[in-house]
Design a binder for this molecule. Structure first.
Ligand code: FAD
Length: 327
């Protein structure tokens, strides 16, 4: 019976949804490999350990708390050393990270330090015959690869939104862990953070995303997309590369191969053709609704619901209907 490690991301002392998803995936792996413990690590400024209870609720038996004033901001060097040391000394069967911007930096660094295999961007995790089995999209999502990892520890990063946190209460015993090395001495330090979408729902964590494409014709017409997102209440706004290249929306909102990869519960594609590079960023959304005036647009091939029509007619009507349904 082997234990499984998870790195739970926090931001400003708050647990990110990605952190809950990583711990949920670790719980699934621990249960699939014989019911071992899940040890979830959080790192941050003093006080970050306050999130322990939330991690216990989704299956953490132990919460490893790394507190240091210099860890108030993400520090790749210190976290790599600290996580690698713990994964090595803990003898874990697997270590789970989030496939976020942070996780995409941290997990490969830890893998390199340990000489361990890393299966990146997993959409599901399980075990078979002692091996860790991971499914992940490949070739911009055209195929789903299945990886079977016999080596231990197996490192896995999970795609945002792909694993749904489920209640599975465990003890969540808190254990303080010392940062390895002095975070204040790190060669690279984050000196400033600029929030791209302050006050708005984060694209990676939003359960609903309303995305606009060139079919909207001009930057000011994104008001239609914003209004629909507002009507949902918990939605973020996304865009295609055609749109960000035009400067209609910031690059931080771009979804796709060279933008963000998202897996919301609902993705509404407004005036988007469905180029393969765009699909690479959103095809794992649970439900896809497409609005396009061209009935042959490729987006309809992957859409669960398609509306053939003009966005300038359909979107205001949809916004009204969503608002009415919410009253
Ligand atoms: P278009 O392809 O021009 O589609 C506009 C759609 O709007 C059409 O289907 C049209 O029928 C519809 N339309 C027009 N008017 C209306 C109307 N009034 N009502 C309803 N529908 C209407 N793209 C990304 O999105 N993300 C990426 O990360 C990305 N990375 C790339 C990387 C590389 C290396 C390359 C080469 C390309 C990449 N692209 C990416 C670009 C991609 O190939 C497409 O060009 C882009 O996705 C198209 O954006 P679009 O759907 O907004 O525009």
């Amino acid at each position: 019976m082997a234990n499984v490690f998870a790195f739970a991301e926090t931001r400003g002392g708050e647990l990110r949804k990605a952190g809950l998803e990583a711990v949920t995936a670790a719980r699934q792996l621990a249960d699939a490999t014989g019911g071992g413990e899940v040890h979830a690590m959080v790192a941050g400024a003093p006080g970050v350990g306050g999130v322990a209870q939330k991690l216990a609720e989704v299956g953490a038996d132990v919460v490893l708390v790394v507190e240091h004033p210099a860890l108030a901001r993400y520090d790749a060097e210190t976290l790599t050393r600290t996580v690698a040391e713990r994964v090595k000394s803990g003898g874990y069967r697997a270590a789970v990270f989030s496939a976020t911007a942070q996780g995409k930096e941290l997990a490969p660094r830890v893998a390199a330090r340990l000489g361990a295999p890393l299966a990146a961007d997993a959409t599901s995790v399980s075990a078979e015959g002692g091996a860790i089995v991971v499914k992940h999209p490949m070739y911009t999502g055209k195929v789903i690869g299945t990886l079977s990892i016999a080596a231990s520890p197996a490192l896995v990063s999970v795609r945002l939104g792909a694993i749904t946190p489920a209640p599975n209460a465990k003890a969540g015993r808190v254990e303080a862990v010392q940062a390895v090395g002095d975070p204040a001495q790190s060669k690279a330090r984050v000196v400033e953070l600029r929030e791209g979408s302050k006050g708005k729902v984060d694209l990676g964590e939003a359960p609903v995303i309303v995305s606009g494409g060139r079919g909207l014709k001009a930057a000011e017409n994104f008001k239609l997309v914003e209004d629909l997102a507002d009507a949902f209440g918990n939605a973020a706004v996304g865009a295609t590369r055609a749109v960000t290249d035009e400067g209609w929306r910031p690059h931080s909102e771009q979804i796709g191969q060279t933008g963000r990869v998202v897996s919301p519960q609902l993705y509404v594609a407004v005036g988007i053709s469905g180029a393969i590079q765009h699909l690479a960023g959103m095809r794992t959304a649970k439900t896809i609704v497409a609005i396009n005036k061209d009935k042959d647009a490729p987006i309809f091939k992957i859409a669960d619901y398609g509306i053939v029509g003009d966005v300038f007619d359909v979107v205001p009507a949809l916004t009204q209907a969503v608002r009415a349904a919410k009253q």
